[in-house]
Design a protein around this ligand. Structure first.
Ligand SMILES: Nc1ncnc2c1ncn2[C@@H]1O[C@H](COP(=O)(O)OP(=O)(O)OP(=O)(O)O)[C@@H](O)[C@H]1O
Ligand SMILES: O=c1ccn([C@@H]2O[C@H](COP(=O)(O)O)[C@@H](O)[C@H]2O)c(=O)[nH]1
Length: 248
């Protein structure tokens, strides 16, 4: 378990985690973009977990601004649309950086697409060092490659950072037998194996992200980022979440 320099995690089940936040979850009731109150509240949740002595890194989706598939549906070249989606994730990363720093949390944004005057480029060892120093690292621009998603970027960065767990903070409180927003009779799972998620084709996270987490033996915890205090509760093994592990 990774521990922050000079601090031991208290109450936390994991020493270093990656939190993936869906872009749409930061939109609130708006149709597009960011709700500053929600961004601020989520920053508060992250601060609480940093306060537990946990090393935290973040990947934020871009679905509140732009998704490549939507651009492609209007006739745009898919790769170009995907680059627009990746740029959207950098906007969200900068908004979260600002919210965290207003709360006194030290951060660094690293982008998979270099943009020298805006943030650091992604450098794996440098990101690890930032976390060891207690800084929250926010990874922008996904994997840097079109045809991927930020779920896969989250599993990739969690693997590269040697994270003990990958948490997905989204609009639903766990993994269901079907999309609960579309099927009110969907049943919620307490635990699953990575293979079960793949075999049942549960769409809460991309199959490539699940496979990568499975290969690297990283547990995935899915919870609602809208429940106040949920991130810290999940880190302490309490509250409502679905855990996906090798054993289930
Ligand atoms: N079996 C399932 N269990 C739970 N949620 C599911 C399931 N199938 C589909 N979903 C949907 O997946 C969503 C979670 O992914 P979400 O779209 O929020 O994140 P994302 O695509 O990674 O982020 P972004 O909004 O940035 O594109 C939930 O809101 C839910 O509606
Ligand atoms: O590695 C990546 C990550 C993302 N994209 C593009 O960005 C958008 C937004 O990401 P979400 O995961 O949907 O929130 C995505 O639709 C892709 O178009 C990418 O190309 N590569």
């Amino acid at each position: 378990m990774a521990a922050m320099e000079g601090a031991m995690p208290t109450n936390a089940r994991y020493g270093r985690v990656l939190l993936k936040i869906s872009g749409e979850a930061l939109m609130g009731n708006r149709e597009y973009g960011l709700d500053p109150e929600i961004v601020d509240r989520v920053a508060g949740e992250v601060k609480s977990v940093v306060g537990m002595g946990v090393q935290v890194c973040l990947v934020i989706g871009g679905g509140n601004i732009f998704r490549g598939v939507s651009g492609a549906a209007t006739g745009m070249e898919r790769a170009t649309a995907d680059y627009m989606g990746m740029l959207a994730t950098v906007i969200n990363a900068l908004a979260m950086q600002s919210a965290l720093e207003r709360r006194g949390v030290q951060t660094r944004v690293q982008s998979a697409i270099p943009m020298a005057s805006v943030c650091e480029p992604y450098i794996r060892r440098r990101a690890v060092r930032h976390m060891e120093k207690g800084r929250v690292v926010i990874f922008g621009a996904g994997t840097g490659n079109p045809f991927f998603t930020t779920d896969t970027a989250a599993a990739l960065r969690a693997s590269e950072m040697g994270c003990d767990a990958l948490l997905k903070g989204t609009k639903v409180d766990g993994v269901y037998s079907a999309d609960p927003n579309k099927d009110p009779s969907a049943q919620r799972f307490e635990s699953l194996t990575h293979l079960e998620v793949l075999a049942k084709d549960l769409q809460v996270m991309d199959a490539s992200a699940i496979s990568l987490a499975r290969e690297n033996k990283i547990p995935i915890l899915v919870f609602s980022i809208h429940t106040a205090g949920a991130f810290a509760e999940v880190m302490a093994g309490r509250g409502k979440f679905t855990i996906i592990t090798e054993e289930g």
